[in-house]
Design a protein around this ligand. Structure first.
Ligand SMILES: *Cc1c(COP(=O)(O)O)cnc(C)c1O
Length: 221
């Protein structure tokens, strides 16, 4: 898409979102020029799946926006991730949480995190199974340099986004249950779910972070 089309789609989507919903731009494979366009059009948060790709873009863009990690975080990338990101949306194991905590302590940083839920219970996917979330949270809520602030899910991919609704709804149910459990040091503030083809349904099911790429920039090469 050309500059004007990207700007227009950003503005249109921002306008169409309820006020409480945060738009995270999924920027994988996009050029610095494209990312600068969405920032000029009003985007405040950029999401990346890979630390190395984020790092390259961070060198161009810097702190004028916030940075969310939205892909699986490899253990050997934790050090760099802590330097770049303002939120890790994809914490799904005690080991990863402990490494993050340790690194954040060294950097004197408090890191907001979301717990990634494997809502489709797909064996090839990252994220913690819905029935194991409570256990995980109870193991990591005492880590002093992390702040658990909500949940994130991808859900299975469908041609018809209506088919994703049950997975969003199930994640919302976990979100509400944990919020009501009143676990110390756990805040259920953010529910990150929905992408280009499913974000409206995700919002209907309670999402207040949506992660969108294709709809803003066009298809990835
Ligand atoms: C790529 C990606 C998105 C956005 O996908 P689009 O279909 O391009 O909107 C959202 N979340 C994650 C984790 C992604 O990797």
């Amino acid at each position: 898409m050309n500059t004007r089309n990207i700007e227009q789609s950003v503005r249109q989507i921002i306008q169409s979102l309820p006020e409480n919903v945060l738009l995270v731009v999924a920027a994988k494979t996009r050029t610095p020029e494209e990312v600068k366009i969405v920032i000029r059009a009003g985007i405040k948060v950029i999401g990346y799946n890979y630390v190395q790709e984020a790092e390259k873009m961070y060198q161009v863009i810097g702190n004028q926006v916030e940075w969310h990690m939205i892909g699986h975080l490899q253990r050997n990338k934790v050090k760099k991730a802590v330097k770049i990101f303002d939120m890790i949306e994809t914490v799904d194991s005690v080991e990863l949480a402990e490494l993050l905590n340790k690194r954040c302590k060294l950097e004197s940083k408090i890191m907001p995190v979301l717990i990634e839920i494997n809502s489709g219970k797909e064996s090839n996917k990252t994220g913690v199974l819905p029935e194991k979330v409570d256990d995980l949270i109870l193991q990591i809520n005492q880590l002093p340099n992390l702040r658990i602030q909500g949940l994130m899910t991808m859900g299975p991919r469908f041609g018809n986004p209506e088919d994703a609704r049950p997975y969003f709804r199930a994640t919302r149910a976990v979100f509400d249950r944990i919020a009501q459990a009143g676990i110390p040091n756990v805040e259920m503030r953010y529910l990150s779910m929905g992408m280009s083809n499913s974000y409206q349904i995700a919002i209907e099911e309670g999402a207040n972070i949506v992660r969108i790429g294709t709809l803003l920039f066009g298809k990835r090469q």
